[in-house]
Design a protein around this ligand. Structure first.
Ligand code: FES
Ligand code: FE2
Length: 446
């Protein structure tokens, strides 16, 4: 395939019922470079939750695509994002994943910056005989072009040419609200995070989180464990769902503008949801329609780098692509501010149980991504067919979306075992749109 015709890497023909993605999109290093340039560096990326930098001088370090970034709260409480690269010779100035620092002193030659990114000291400046031009120049950390805060979720963009954050999130805000509003005071990270890597393209994680189709084949050992728990064996603090009760429930997806999407499923055992003990209060506070949505299982994908899995617990995952076949993941346990100790404990046991390298699902998934990556590299393997389940059910919207006042780009709804794959159409449409705009020299958001 010719990269100049990047749009053709997503074979998107709704009139013919066809949606396929070319395997080079996962395996070609040149395409990876273009993704960094035209997607990650030209759109909003999720950075962190505001609760991670609650106090003056708190900071975290992260990446937007390949760019190291430090996000800090200054003395006045304002949040700023900066390229984590010293103006002297480029070394990263903040090297811990998180901390509290009034000043960031570069370990290389000792230039110092305050928590607003301002250069406050150049080591041995007086004895350096700098020319006047140097003194006139600005040596502050380079600010990231845009920082936005949606209800405590901090996003940033390296490009100034992006729509306001709320407009860019668009309809996805409703789905985020359904997670945030479960507690009267919103969400926070439970301190600590898990970091791991997998040897595959970042989009395999994007796909897998919206793919319930693999559950009954990839995670069979987990299902066996669950079945044993129901007879009183093993870690009873964690999940004991009865998969059998799901057979009669429904599931579906919504795709939204700008590449965001959500898959959902109803659940037979609502009493196992962490919010069940508070459900009457929740109904009074947010109304029946939203309370019902809070009881559904939801997988949110905020394109390109953030996912929320709101099921047994609430887990937030952030993808950091490192190379075409290497991805770093950060995963966080989310909880409602003001949770009781009992509910908090249960959330943490659920978080450890299924996800993360020590859990019973993530290793199954990440090994499978690496195996898919091997398959994609095979000469002659061209089209990935895994975007077709549910295509015959696609509609613009449906009763549930209208009830919620949601305006999706497309919807699908069916039995629980529909396990649709069409929730990935909007993410790949946005992928193709941004890649094409970049290659054509157009702005990402005209
Ligand atoms: S690179 Fe930071 S002081 Fe030299
Ligand atoms: Fe999985």
């Amino acid at each position: 395939m010719d990269i100049e015709n990047i749009r053709l890497f997503v074979d998107d023909r709704p009139e013919d019922g066809v949606f396929r993605v070319h395997s080079d999109a996962f395996s070609d290093p040149e395409i990876f470079e273009l993704e960094m340039k035209y997607i990650f560096e030209r759109t909003w990326n999720f950075v962190t939750l505001e609760s991670e930098i609650a106090n003056p001088h708190d900071y975290i370090t992260t990446h937007i695509g390949r760019t190291p970034v430090v996000l800090a709260r200054d003395a006045k409480g304002n949040i700023g994002a900066f390229i984590n690269a010293c103006r002297h010779k480029g070394a990263t100035v903040a090297r811990m994943s998180a901390g509290n620092a009034k000043y960031h002193v570069c370990p290389y030659h000792g230039w110092a910056y305050d928590s607003s990114g301002k250069n406050v000291d150049i080591k041995d400046r007086k004895s350096g005989f700098y020319a006047p031009a140097f003194d006139l120049d600005n040596h502050d950390l380079l600010p990231v072009a845009r920082v936005g805060n949606y209800r405590g979720m901090i996003f940033a963009s390296l490009s100034p040419d992006v729509p306001p954050l709320e407009e860019w999130l668009g309809e996805m805000r409703t789905m985020l609200d359904i997670s945030i509003d479960q507690g009267p005071q919103g969400l926070e990270f439970v301190p600590g995070r898990t970091t791991y890597t997998f040897r595959a393209n970042w989009k395999l994680q994007m796909d897998n989180a919206l793919d319930a189709y693999h559950l009954t084949s990839t995670h069979t050992s987990f299902m066996d464990v669950i079945a044993r728990r129901r007879t009183g064996e093993g870690n009873l603090e964690a999940r004991q769902y009865d998969w059998g009760t799901r057979g009669s429930s429904t599931g579906g997806m919504y795709g939204f503008a700008n590449g965001h999407s959500c898959t959902w499923g109803d659940h037979g055992e609502r009493i196992k949801r962490p919010i069940w003990p508070m459900i009457n209060d929740i109904r009074q506070r947010v109304g029946d329609v939203r309370a019902e949505w809070m009881l559904r299982l939801r997988q949110l994908n905020v394109f390109p780098n953030m996912q929320i899995n709101d099921a047994a617990g609430v887990i937030l995952r952030v993808m950091r692509p490192i190379s075409v076949d290497l991805t770093e993941m950060h995963s966080y346990c989310l909880a409602l501010k003001g949770d009781s100790a009992e509910v908090r404990t249960r959330r943490m046991r659920q978080f450890e149980d299924f996800f993360n390298p020590g859990g019973m699902a993530t290793p199954d998934d990440t090994v499978t991504y690496a195996e898919a990556q091997r398959g994609f590299a095979a000469p002659g393997f061209e089209w990935v067919d895994g975007y077709a389940r549910g295509a015959a059910l696609l509609t613009r919207d449906n009763e549930l979306s209208r009830e919620l006042g949601l305006q999706p780009a497309q919807s699908a709804e069916g039995a629980w075992n529909l396990f649709n794959e069409v929730g990935l159409h909007e993410p790949y449409r946005e992928w193709a749109r941004l890649m094409e705009a970049g290659l054509a020299g157009r702005k990402a958001f005209p």
